[in-house]
Design a protein. Structure first.
Length: 256
C-alpha cells in the first residue's frame, strides 16, 4: 500500500537528532531509511541546528528552504519540501513563499514558533504571512501550540487556508484537538511525534472526525518511522480508512 509520510525533517544535522549525537545524514540515507520502513513519499521542512539560531537576518530560513528544496531536486518523485518563514523578516519570507510557489512548492512547515523565539502565532506578523499562504493555495503545517485553542483562532481568520496540526498528544489533549478538527473544515491532524501512544487512538480519531481529516506522519529522523507504519496497520481500520490515512488525505490536500 502507498504511504506518504506527511511529517519529516530533512537535512544533514536536524535538531531532532542533535541530542543523540548522530552523524550527519545524507539525503540518500534519509530517503533509504524511509523507504526501508515502507514509505513511498515524504514531506517536510528543515530544522538545522546551526540555522535555527540565526535571528539577525533571513539567512537561516533561506538556507533551510534551500536544503529542503535540494532534497526535492535530488528525489523529485519522493520528497515534497516544506518552507520556513519568520515574521521578523517579512519581505524575505513573502519572497520565499512566492518564489518557491512559482517553482511548484505546495507546503509550508512544519512551523515551530517556539524554536524561532515566538510565544505563539497569534500576531499580525504571522497573520500577514498566513494571508499570503492562503492566496497562494499553500498547505500550512504547524507544531501543536501550547494552547490548542490557538488553532481555532487561525482557522476562523483564514477559512480557506488548509491547515495540518502536527502531533495529537493523548488523553484530554487528543480529545481537544479532535474536537477542533471536527468543527473546522480547514483543520486536519497528522499522527507524527507524540502520536499513537495509546491503544486504539487512530480508531477513535477516525470515529470522531471521519477518515478524511487525519494524515500519516512520523517526525523522522526524530522518531522511528517503522513504529508509526506498524502502529497504523495494527489498528482495526477498513481498507478505505487505511488508504485515506496512509496517502489519500495528503494527496488531496497537496493536489498530487
Amino acid at each position: 500500500m502507498k504511504i506518504i509520510d506527511f511529517h519529516t525533517h530533512p537535512g544533514p544535522k536536524s535538531i531532532l537528532t542533535e541530542e543523540f549525537h548522530f552523524p550527519p545524514m545524507t539525503s540518500q540515507t534519509f530517503v533509504n531509511e524511509l523507504k526501508r520502513a515502507g514509505i513511498s513519499m515524504a514531506c517536510g521542512s528543515t530544522f538545522e541546528v546551526s540555522l535555527l539560531s540565526v535571528r539577525d537576518s533571513a539567512y537561516g530560513i533561506q538556507e533551510m528552504n534551500r536544503i529542503a528544496w535540494s532534497y526535492h531536486e535530488d528525489f523529485p518523485d519522493f520528497f515534497i519540501p516544506g518552507l520556513q518563514v519568520d515574521p521578523r523578516f517579512m519581505e524575505e519570507s513573502k519572497n520565499e513563499l512566492e518564489t518557491y510557489a512559482k517553482k511548484g512548492a505546495k507546503l509550508v512547515g512544519e512551523l515551530v514558533p517556539g524554536w524561532q523565539g515566538y510565544e505563539n502565532m497569534l500576531n499580525d506578523g504571522f497573520y500577514e504571512l498566513f494571508d499570503v499562504m492562503q492566496s497562494l493555495d499553500l498547505v500550512l503545517s504547524f507544531h501543536r501550540p501550547g494552547n490548542i485553542f490557538d488553532c481555532e483562532e487561525i482557522a476562523k481568520r483564514f477559512p480557506k487556508l488548509k491547515i495540518v496540526i502536527a502531533h495529537p498528544f493523548y488523553g484530554k489533549d487528543y480529545l481537544n484537538v479532535l474536537g477542533l478538527v471536527k468543527t473546522y473544515e480547514n483543520l486536519h491532524l497528522d499522527l507524527s511525534g507524540s502520536g499513537l501512544m495509546a491503544y486504539g487512538m487512530v480508531r477513535y480519531g477516525l470515529d470522531t472526525v471521519g477518515k478524511d481529516k487525519i494524515l500519516f506522519g512520523t517526525d523522522f529522523p526524530g522518531y522511528n518511522p517503522q513504529m508509526y507504519v506498524s502502529a497504523v496497520a495494527y489498528e482495526k481500520l477498513t481498507d478505505a480508512e487505511l488508504e485515506a490515512v496512509y496517502h489519500e488525505n495528503a494527496e488531496r490536500l497537496l493536489g498530487l
